[in-house]
Write a protein of this length. Structure first.
Length: 114
């Protein structure tokens, strides 16, 4: 008595041997697989192109947003520096005048006869 399923194994072995022969493999590839792949790619090509275009647009919009953000931050920092400069210049001028007055008065006090 034979094991159950031996006939299935023998059919599978024959099928595997059939597909391993180079002549049969080439026929299957040329007559079945290549036309199916060509058909699938022809059907998917518009979607692939659309996906590439959308990805490019999203990338362009992201780069533009980052560029505008950097430009805006750069301009706001320039405005902050421009607004702070007159205050600091006035403060520096006042401090310089105070130092000059103090220096002159110190010199005059040192030269005055006692």
């Amino acid at each position: 008595m034979s094991k159950p399923g031996t006939m299935v194994y023998s059919i599978l072995d024959r099928t595997v041997q059939f597909f391993q022969e180079p002549k049969n493999r080439e026929r299957i590839q040329q007559n079945c697989l290549d036309p199916m792949l060509r058909y699938i790619l022809d059907r998917m090509f518009p979607y692939i192109i659309l996906t590439c275009i959308l990805f490019s647009l999203i990338l362009l919009m992201s780069l533009t947003s980052v560029g505008l953000l950097i430009f805006q931050l750069h301009m706001s920092s320039k405005q902050a520096v421009a607004q702070a400069l007159p205050i600091s210049a006035a403060t520096v001028a006042a401090n310089a005048a105070t130092v000059a007055v103090n220096a002159v008065s110190e010199i005059m006090l040192n030269q005055a006869p006692l």
